[in-house]
Design a protein around this ligand. Structure first.
Ligand SMILES: [Fe+2]
Length: 217
């Protein structure tokens, strides 16, 4: 069981992806996470074709941000990790080089292509989920509600393969549009979600969460 005080999905490390662009922005985002009640954050920088991050850099950047938070008295404990997209450009290399950074035990955040199912190529997500389980990891699928090309049978197939489902704060409230909100409701009705994460990229996200009074429950 993931501690609800842990934000298991965020992009607050500076300069590594399309999240925080500077150290100051990272610090501002960390303050917002604390304001919602988080005590811990798993820093899941993207590992995709455009942002082919490697563990050494993620770990060093996370350490530096942690030191800055401590200097400024911001009580947020960071864990370095990545959000691993299951695409031919980066996923096979990730496995081959052992670049998996687990959090809270053996959890690994994976994602599918957001819009174009074809980007997954020959990769079969259910096979990768089983492979991760065999390796001793617990896969967590990021924001399943955003993959509008999946049907309900496929969601169950992914769940049955053994992955957990993480929904994004804001999906239900319309952060990603009406269709994602409706999909989120359908997945909630099927009781498919295991945890929630902010997927925080910028203060724009934070302002949206504040607009509906988000707090860690
Ligand atoms: Fe993300």
């Amino acid at each position: 069981m993931i501690d609800p005080g842990t934000d298991c999905h965020c992009h607050i490390l500076p300069g590594l992806d399309d999240g925080a662009g500077s150290l100051e922005e990272s610090i501002a985002l960390a303050r917002r996470q604390v304001s919602w009640g988080f005590r811990k954050a798993v820093c899941t920088s993207h590992r995709v074709g455009k942002y082919p991050n490697v563990p050494e850099v993620v770990i060093a950047t996370c350490k530096k941000l942690q030191e800055e938070l401590e200097k400024r008295g911001i009580p947020l404990e960071l864990t370095p990790s990545m959000e691993y997209r299951l695409i031919p450009e980066t996923w096979p290399e990730t496995l081959e080089k052992g670049w998996l950074l687990p959090w809270e035990g053996h959890h690994i955040l994976i994602e599918l292509p957001i819009h174009k199912a074809s980007r997954i190529g020959n990769i079969v997500p259910e096979d990768e989920i089983k492979r991760l389980l065999d390796m001793g990891y617990q896969p967590v699928l990021a924001h399943p509600e955003r993959y509008l090309y999946l049907d309900m049978d496929r969601y169950h197939s992914l769940k049955d393969a053994g992955t957990l489902f993480q929904r994004n704060v804001g999906s239900l409230e319309g952060m990603y549009g009406e269709a994602v909100s409706v999909r989120c409701e359908a997945l909630l009705a099927e009781n498919l979600f295991d945890m929630i994460g902010t997927d925080l990229h910028s203060e724009h996200y934070a302002d949206f969460f504040d607009s509906f009074g988000f707090k860690v429950s």
